[in-house]
Design a protein. Structure first.
Length: 332
């Protein structure tokens, strides 16, 4: 630390006292206003004068008079204190506004890790904020957003932006073919949608984001699947596949229960349930996850500060915060 910086550090705690002295030009009155002993004020003035390198006050009868050096310095002291007060007000205001509530609607699969990671990052900065969470199908999430019962929605595919809805992508992940671990395709390194043309298919229900994505894959492949089961939860879909009741197409399952790897069996069949996932050869075999929000007109309809702050954090920091989670799921 250089000399000038060290002197500045020593002088900073004395600024409020010097500012008050500039208004009163009286040591006793300054001491009373600040609730300090008069001797403490006198010593502080002497210390400040020593740091500055010139006298800041001179005796004038029973009082003191500011020197030209002090008069030149005081406007800068007042400006510095005013600037700090402005910053303090901003911090306190932000702390107050994020005590509100944020309503987030999201698809089921985002509740395991993605949304908790984002909320945790926000709550580490604004611990007083409360969240109202609603999970369901993609269509339901967007309906809640449009109706105003949700402030934000996490969906895949990303909602299309429009006059009343804004949206942005956060990340994308591949879609995989999921089959029973004893299925003939289980040891394949890659598969095509056409490979399951005659297989019973375990689908997500109508209105779910994954249903629209798989429907697009089947249209590209030129056939309709033989839907054996419809479910509202990807865990149930994997359970049905694990039991050998069909095949499915889902995002990467990571370490979800029942997962097997081709090397697990070593040629032997233990007869138990299990599933494996296989990369798909299709340019459409991915899903893009994004955030959607209502475009507000301002005034009484202005976006609440807590919602704005959370939306800005998700858009700014979300991709980096979620990178490890996405990589682990996709590479597992």
């Amino acid at each position: 630390m250089d000399v000038e910086h060290r002197q500045l550090v020593q002088l900073l705690p004395l600024l409020p006292l010097l500012a008050e002295l500039g208004r009163t030009e009286h040591i006793t009155e300054t001491a009373e206003i600040l609730g300090l002993p008069q001797s403490t004020v006198s010593r502080a003035i002497a210390r400040a004068s020593a740091i500055v390198g010139t006298d800041l006050v001179i005796r004038d009868g029973r009082g003191v008079r500011l020197t030209p050096a002090a008069k030149a310095l005081l406007p800068h002291i007042d400006a510095a204190l005013a600037e700090f007060q402005t910053g303090l007000d901003v911090v306190r205001h932000e702390s107050d506004v994020v005590r509100g509530r944020i309503a987030v609607s999201f698809q089921h699969t985002f509740g395991e890790a993605m949304l908790p990671l984002l909320i945790s990052a926000f709550r580490s900065r604004h611990p007083q904020t409360a969240f109202d969470l609603s999970q369901g199908a993609r269509d339901g999430c967007l309906a809640e957003l449009a109706a105003g019962s949700a402030d934000l929605a996490l969906t895949a595919p990303v909602a299309a932006p429009g006059r009343s809805i804004g949206s942005a992508a956060l990340y994308r992940e591949p879609l995989r073919l999921v089959v029973n671990h004893r299925h003939p395709l289980a040891r394949r390194l890659r598969a095509r949608v056409a490979d399951i043309r005659h297989e019973p298919f375990v689908a997500m229900g109508t209105g779910y984001g994954m249903r629209s994505l798989t429907d697009a894959l089947f249209r590209e492949a030129g056939f309709r699947p033989r839907v054996a089961f419809e479910s509202q939860d990807s865990h149930t879909v994997r359970g049905l596949v694990s039991a050998g009741l069909g095949v499915s197409i889902l995002p990467p399952g990571g370490s979800a229960p029942g997962r097997r790897y081709p090397s697990d069996d070593n040629g032997a069949d233990d007869g138990g349930p299990g599933w494996v996932e296989i990369p798909l050869d299709s340019a459409l075999a991915f899903r893009e996850i994004g955030l959607a929000w209502r475009e507000r007109r301002g005034g009484a309809d202005a976006e609440p500060d807590p919602v704005r702050l959370f939306r800005e954090l998700v858009l700014r920091d979300g991709p980096a915060l979620l990178a490890g989670f996405v990589r682990e799921r996709s590479e597992g």
